[in-house]
Design a protein around this ligand. Structure first.
Ligand code: SF4
Ligand code: SF4
Length: 341
């Protein structure tokens, strides 16, 4: 059966298993996935999809109690060998399968989870956008302001009043995150009821105040640093991905490099992780495969000639070697049909 363009995932596009589609359009689906996953992240404990109930010392998964049986062992209700078997079958094995499945995706497609689902990265992108409107810079650590004209030709001038939105977003998302994290640990009905009736316990107030403060500072000052070095899930995906030189990567069509002369590096300005997307893979360790750089280049090229393919494209297999194995004087030969032209 012929697949429709809308079914394509980035990997399918790179593998040419689907007709190439506009990466700019693909951004709509990415944003929708991010929004859906963010809602799931907030509501998963409420609907008992996943939470760790520390009051009962068990996990709730899809409405079912998931226990390692340690309580039963302590009360003498189960034997030692049975308890070990429970830990292996209910704890280690599912964890191992999860790590293998997650690792396989990272091996082939890189940090796809980060760029397409992670509820932290969607906040990173949102605050980047607001900060760029407020100051011209997507982060307080950026040295120079970015151009006001975006890749699609629209001019969005700096408006200082956006700083209020930046603060509101950082504090609002921090509080939302803090409440969600608490409901992953304590019964959500209790937390939301206490919030509504302003009857939180002392410990709950301490947790929410501390988590909101730390997260506000993190969202405001260190959101990229956390994605790069602080998040174990992100670093795990990056390490696995780096080990596979043929894994999907944002490749740069070097034969068309002179065409960049008329562009003011819009791909770099668009990158939420503040990377240089035309660089080699070693310098793209924290790339989240969000495709923002590709979409920006697509818009730049579209202005030159309607429908002209971007210079940046997702590539994998032998085509990825030009980005992943190009280093220390190595210039790998790649197939001639890696890029749409
Ligand atoms: S290099 Fe491109 S795909 Fe990677 S994080 Fe930056 S914008 Fe996203
Ligand atoms: S790759 Fe595309 S967006 Fe980046 S500088 Fe070249 S033309 Fe501009």
């Amino acid at each position: 059966m012929k697949r429709e363009c809308n079914d394509c995932l980035p990997g399918d596009v790179a593998a040419m298993a689907c007709p190439p589609r506009s990466v700019t359009q693909l951004q709509f689906w990415r944003r929708s996935l991010q929004a859906g996953f963010f809602i799931l992240f907030i509501l998963a404990p409420v609907f008992d999809i996943f939470r760790i109930d520390v009051t009962q010392a068990h996990v709730v998964l899809f409405g079912q109690v998931w226990s390692l049986g340690i309580n039963a062992l302590m009360h003498g209700e189960t034997s030692g060998p049975q308890a070990v078997l429970n830990i292996i079958l209910r704890g280690l094995l599912p964890l191992l399968l999860l790590v293998i499945g997650f690792g396989w995706i990272a091996w082939r497609y890189g940090r796809l989870y980060c760029g397409w689902l992670c509820p932290h990265f969607s906040v990173v992108e949102m605050i980047n956008g607001l900060m760029r409107r407020a100051s011209g810079k997507p982060s307080v650590w950026e040295k120079h302001a970015l151009p006001e004209t975006r890749a699609d030709g629209h001019r969005l001038p700096v408006q200082r009043s956006y700083w209020w939105l930046v603060l509101l977003a950082a504090m609002g998302f921090a509080f939302l995150w803090a409440v969600a994290l608490l409901t992953y640990l304590l019964p959500p009905t209790e937390i939301y009821a206490n919030l509504i009736h302003l009857s939180l316990t002392r410990n709950q107030i301490i947790f929410l105040s501390a988590a909101t403060t730390v997260l506000t500072l993190e969202f405001f000052l260190a959101r990229h640093l956390f994605c790069r070095f602080g998040c174990a899930v992100g670093v795990f995906q990056s390490l696995v991905w780096m080990a596979n030189k043929r894994g999907m990567v944002v490749g740069f069509d070097r034969q068309r490099a002179p065409e960049c002369a008329t562009c003011d590096s819009q791909c770099e300005h668009a990158c939420p992780m503040r990377l240089k997307p035309r660089a080699i893979k070693r310098h793209m360790f924290t790339c989240t495969e969000c495709g923002q750089c590709i979409a920006a280049c697509e818009q730049v090229q579209d202005k030159v000639q309607a429908g002209k393919p971007p210079l940046l494209q997702w590539v994998q297999g032998a085509c990825a070697l030009d980005t992943s194995a190009r280093d220390f004087g190595k210039r790998p030969q790649i197939p001639t049909n890696c890029y749409r032209r």
